[in-house]
Structure formats: structure tokens, C-alpha cells
Design a protein around this ligand. Structure first.
Ligand SMILES: Nc1ncnc2c1ncn2[C@@H]1O[C@H](COP(=O)(O)OP(=O)(O)OP(=O)(O)O)[C@@H](O)[C@H]1O
Length: 593
């Protein structure tokens, strides 16, 4: 948690001035009972009207000065805490951007969202309250005791006993509730996760008539959070009544003793009122202190969660600049005995994969669901590092490329088409910041998306909603393909990104990708045999193993898995294949005979 203090370093001045002005406010607060005592003991007892008026104006001046310093303290505390939270949020966000997919998979999106939003807000609140009140409350409590000693030592002893007892009560309740704040935030993570899942999947939930189950699941998770929050709340709520009871007991004892002292002539009535005022100020401050401690504890729990994210180190090291030892042979991509296992997953998702691809070739990757197709292409873009084996691009191990240089070479169209809120032009420029409208239209033409954009109001200026939800699935896919093409990458990876396209558009897309200028090496992941049939190299994956590689005509003869997939999609060709195979074997037996 202390590690977060560096984000206050640009607000050092504000962090000192806020408590300083609060201290001045305390001085004014502690002087008020003294002036009131003087009004009673001197002004009222001596019937001295001008004295009373003079003291009254002093009180008004003190109140005005107190207000001014309080507002100033508030200003500095707000400036420091808001600035601190802004820098912290930025730092966490930047850090998360640097983490590899492995860490992001392990952490999970839901907890990252809670930590970047709610947790940082709680920490900001804690810094604000801490700067203003952390010193004020002890100043008032101890100041009241000191002022009580200046009035009457015997009565001041009641403060000496009451204060540690009150501190003890506050401490015990805090001790019990502190560990629970971390648990509350963890349950909040769970509720956030469920909310996100249910809201993003709301159409599916309705399509499967699972509204009731979704509501029930959400209620259960929400109820768990509420139950824990209620328990922590009840525990914390004990503070006020318990401190009030103790202070009231102390006040009764104080008034009783002070009354005796007045009767004995050791004290005046005004001084009794001053002592009572100090006791009352202490009550208010202790209650503030208790709620401050609750806030600070919540903030500490949240600060620890935020600090934990900053402690996570990326498992990937990217060199600052690309090593200049590349040997540009004819192979654009080479996999040498690559095995990959996801973190926290027992079995490898890819085992001993070796193949090489020539520059400008089109590679089709096919296989059943979960066979490792996406995993394989994710390794090319270095979203994950291979567990063993090496991957080379242009003769250079991909681990020797700087992240920028590697990603510059590669255009990825992920399986889930993700677009961002903004105009189509802005989304296209994610590919290349300085792309001209003409280049964007060319890319849209290649991706078979020109017509879609031409029919939209404002065309390239048409505003997309978050996630591009004002487009159909197929339209989104085509725009994400165009975004990757705008980049003019050397390697284009399409991870099942044409699944929502009809067969004719899919074929047209493949034709235009083939005609892309430059020597673009394309990886096409697809479940459709027709999409990859013409590829220069087809990789067939089955349960993480490379069970076939070659061109269609060879694989149809030699690879059972490929044949199975192909004929399941083109059953009419199975007949032809069986007939020609029988003819071949009959001819062969005739030759033998
Ligand atoms: N982030 C992850 N963490 C752990 N395991 C994963 C992760 N992503 C994928 N897997 C596992 O790795 C295996 C291969 O998954 P992959 O997504 O590469 O398959 P795929 O062939 O692309 O499937 P599909 O055609 O359904 O997209 C699967 O068993 C899957 O459960």
C-alpha cells in the first residue's frame, strides 16, 4: 500500500497544506470555549455589556477565520486526492496494457474493472479524508485534554481516563472489521463479473429463456455481498452508540465533579461550560475519527488490491529494439517443435508443432473445435510465449523483435469482431494513424465492406456504438478485416473472421485478399474447408497436434482428419473419391496380376 504514496509526489505541497489549515481550524475550535467561558464568567457575572459585545465579535471573527481555513484545507485535500487518483488510475491502466495475455487470463477482466474504478475511488476518498481529518481528530481530542488541564487539573483527569478507554473501543471494533473489507471488495468483483456476463449476454439469455436463472444467480451473488456488507456495517455502526454511552458517562462524572469544584469556589460556572464544550467536541471528533478509520481501512484494503496489480510483472520481455541479426531466408514463418500450455491449465493446447511458410503464401488452418487453431496464430503475434520450441519470423526468433516492430508487421483479425465507439474512419485508423481516405476505401473494398459503408449516413463519418453494436455480426467482421488491411501488414492473420459471411462474400473476400499488393503472408483459420482449400499450405490440427500439412490434393489422400472434415462438408465428393480410389486400386491389382 505504501508503494502507492509515490503518486502523491506531485501533490506534496497540497498534502502538507491541507493538514496545516486543518490544524489552524483546530486552534480556532479550541479557543471558542475559552471565549464563551470569559463571556459567562466576566461579562455576564460582572454585567459588563461592552465586554460581552466585544467577545461576541471575537467569536464571529473566529468563526469566519475557521470557515476560511476549513475551505482552504478542503481545497488542497481535494486537489491532492483527485490528482493522486488520476495518476494512479493512469499508472494501473498503463501497467495492465503492458501485461501479456497470460497475466490478463489469470487476473480476469472483472477484477481489473473493479480495481480501476471502485477500488481507486475508495483510495481517493481515503486520501481526501486522511489529509483533512487524520490529524484534526487527534489534535482536537488531545487539545481538549490540554485545555481542560489549564482550567482544572482534577476535572482534566476525567479526560485522561476517558480518552484511552474510547480509543480502546475504537481499536477493538476496527480490529474486527478491517479484514472483512477485503472480502467485501472480492464479493463486489463477483457481482461485477456476473453483471457484465449477464448484460453482455442478455440476448442469449433471452433466446434460451434463462432470465429467471440469470436473475436467481445474480440475486444469490448480490445477497452474499449484501449480507457481508450488512455485517461489516453493523459492526462499524456499534462505534457510535458505544462511544456516545462512554462519553455521556464521562460527561455526567465531569459535571458532577465540576459542580463540586464550583461549590468549593475552585472554579467558575463559565469554566464548567468550557469543560462541557471540550467534552462535546471530543464526542464529535471521536465519531468522525471512527468513521475516518472505517474509510481509511476500506481504502487500505482497496489500495492493497490496486498495489497487487502493479506488482504483477509481465511474463514476457520485449527488447527495446529489434536485434539486427535477421537472416531473411525464403521462409517467412517457421515453427520449430513448438509446445504451448496455458497458465493454470494441465494439458498442452499445442504439442510439438513444426512447419515453415514461404513469404507471400496463404496458410489455411483447420481442425475441430478446441483443436488449437487460435492458440497457434496467437503465438505468431506473440500474444503468448511458447512453452518450448521456437518461432521465427524472417529468420529471427520472435522474442528478439521489439513489441512495436513485431506488431507493425502483423495485422490480426480476432475471432470476436471488436470495434470501438467512434466513427468508421477512426476505427479504420487504428490500423494506421496516417491512412488516407483513399487507402481506407481500398481496404474496405478488399474486405467486401465498401457497400456497407457507402450505405451508411455520413459513410466514413458514420458513428459506431460501443462494440459496434449498431452493425450486424457480418458487417462487424468485414470492418475488422478492413481495419487490419489498412495497416498494410506483412502478415495477415484472420482467426475464423469470415464465419458470419455468406459463401459468396467469403469467396470474394479470399480472392481480394489474394490480390493484396506486396508479399503478404496470410494465415486463414477456418472451420470451412472451402475457405482454405486453395491455400498454399494447409495445417490440420487435432487436439493440439499437427496431424497433417500440405496442399488439399495431398491431404485428401494422406490425412484422415482432413478427409473427415472435408467430406463432412462436401459429402457429394466422398462418392467421387471412393469411386476413383477403387478404380486406382483395381488398376493397381490388374498391374500386379
Ligand atoms: N485462455 C485460455 N486459458 C486456458 N485454456 C485455454 C485458453 N484459450 C484456449 N484454451 C484451451 O486451449 C485449447 C485450444 O483452444 P483454441 O481456442 O486454440 O481452439 P480453436 O481450435 O481455435 O477452437 P475454435 O475453433 O472453437 O475457436 C482448448 O482446449 C481450450 O480450452
Amino acid at each position: 500500500m505504501r508503494s502507492l504514496a509515490i503518486y502523491l509526489k506531485n501533490y506534496r505541497k497540497e498534502s502538507i497544506l491541507a493538514p496545516f489549515f486543518k490544524f489552524l481550524e483546530v486552534v480556532f475550535d479550541l479557543l471558542v470555549p475559552v471565549v464563551i467561558a470569559q463571556i459567562i464568567d466576566v461579562g455576564i457575572t460582572g454585567n459588563d455589556r461592552p465586554y460581552i459585545i466585544e467577545r461576541f465579535f471575537i467569536l464571529v471573527l473566529m468563526a469566519a477565520a475557521g470557515l476560511a481555513v476549513s475551505i482552504t484545507a478542503q481545497f488542497f485535500a481535494a486537489k491532492a486526492s483527485v490528482g493522486f487518483a488520476t495518476e494512479l488510475r493512469q499508472a494501473v491502466y498503463d501497467h495492465v496494457q503492458k501485461l501479456s495475455y497470460t497475466e490478463l487470463d489469470t487476473l480476469g477482466t472483472d477484477t481489473l474493472i473493479t480495481r480501476l474504478t471502485d477500488d481507486i475511488n475508495q483510495v481517493q476518498n481515503g486520501v481526501n479524508m486522511g489529509l483533512r481529518l487524520l490529524l484534526r481528530s487527534p489534535f482536537i481530542v488531545l487539545g481538549s485534554m490540554v485545555m481542560a488541564f489549564t482550567i482544572n487539573t482534577r476535572c482534566a483527569l476525567i479526560f485522561v481516563v476517558a480518552i484511552p478507554v474510547l480509543f480502546l473501543v475504537v481499536f477493538v471494533i476496527m480490529y474486527l472489521s478491517i479484514p472483512l473489507f477485503g472480502k467485501v471488495q472480492a464479493r463486489l468483483d463477483a457481482v461485477t463479473g456476473l453483471t457484465r456476463e449477464n448484460l453482455t449476454g442478455v440476448r442469449v439469455i433471452r433466446a434460451f429463456c434463462r432470465e429467471e436463472e440469470a436473475v436467481r444467480e445474480f440475486d444469490a451473488s448480490n445477497a452474499q455481498l449484501t449480507k457481508l456488507n450488512e455485517f461489516v456495517g453493523k459492526l462499524s455502526a456499534l462505534l457510535n452508540p458505544v462511544t456516545y454511552v462512554l462519553i455521556n458517562i464521562a460527561t455526567v462524572i465531569l459535571i458532577n465533579n465540576a459542580g463540586l469544584q464550583v461549590n468549593l469556589g475552585n472554579m467558575q460556572q463559565g469554566q464548567v461550560v468550557a469543560l462541557y464544550n471540550y467534552m462535546a467536541q471530543m464526542i464529535v471528533e471521536l465519531i468522525k475519527l471512527a468513521s475516518l478509520i472505517i474509510t481509511l481501512n476500506k481504502s487500505a484494503a482497496c489500495a492493497n488490491r490496486v498495489a497487487d496489480i502493479l506488482k504483477v510483472k509481465s511474463s514476457m520481455n520485449h527488447p527495446v529494439s529489434t536485434a539486427s541479426t535477421a537472416v531473411c531466408g525464403e521462409n517467412a514463418v517457421e515453427f520449430h517443435d513448438v509446445t504451448f500450455t496455458y497458465a493454470e491449465s494441465g494439458a498442452p493446447s499445442l504439442s510439438n508443432i513444426s512447419f515453415s511458410v514461404k513469404r507471400g503464401q496463404t496458410v489455411g488452418i483447420i481442425g475441430g473445435t478446441g483443436s488449437g487453431k487460435s492458440t497457434l496464430v496467437n503465438l505468431i503475434a506473440r500474444f503468448y510465449d511458447a512453452t518450448s520450441g521456437t518461432i521465427q519470423i524472417d529468420g529471427q526468433n520472435i522474442q528478439n523483435y521489439s513489441q512495436h516492430d513485431l506488431r507493425e508487421k502483423i495485422g490480426v483479425v480476432p475471432q470476436r469482431a471488436v470495434l470501438f465507439k467512434g466513427s468508421i474512419r477512426e476505427n479504420m485508423k487504428w490500423g494506421r494513424e496516417n491512412a488516407t481516405d483513399e487507402e481506407i476505401w481500398d481496404a474496405l473494398t478488399t474486405a467486401q465492406a465498401r457497400e456497407i459503408v457507402e450505405n451508411k449516413d455520413g459513410q466514413l463519418d458514420f458513428k459506431l456504438e460501443q462494440n459496434g453494436r449498431n452493425l450486424s455480426g457480418g458487417q462487424r467482421q468485414r470492418l475488422t478485416i478492413a481495419r487490419a488491411v489498412v495497416k498494410k501488414p506483412e502478415f495477415l492473420i484472420l482467426d475464423d473472421s469470415a464465419s458470419a459471411l455468406d459463401f459468396a462474400t467469403d469467396a470474394a473476400l479470399r480472392r481480394s485478399l489474394h490480390q493484396l499488393s506486396g508479399n503478404v503472408t496470410t494465415f486463414l483459420v477456418s472451420q470451412r474447408a472451402a475457405s482454405i482449400r486453395q491455400a498454399d499450405l494447409i495445417l490440420v490440427l487435432d487436439d493440439g497436434e499437427l496431424v497433417g500439412k500440405g496442399i488439399h490434393d495431398d491431404l485428401i489422400r494422406t490425412c484422415d482428419a482432413y478427409r473427415e472434415i472435408y467430406f463432412s462438408q462436401f459429402p457429394e465428393e466422398r462418392e467421387k473419391y471412393n469411386t476413383s480410389n477403387t478404380a486406382v486400386s483395381v488398376n493397381a491389382s490388374e498391374v500386379t496380376l
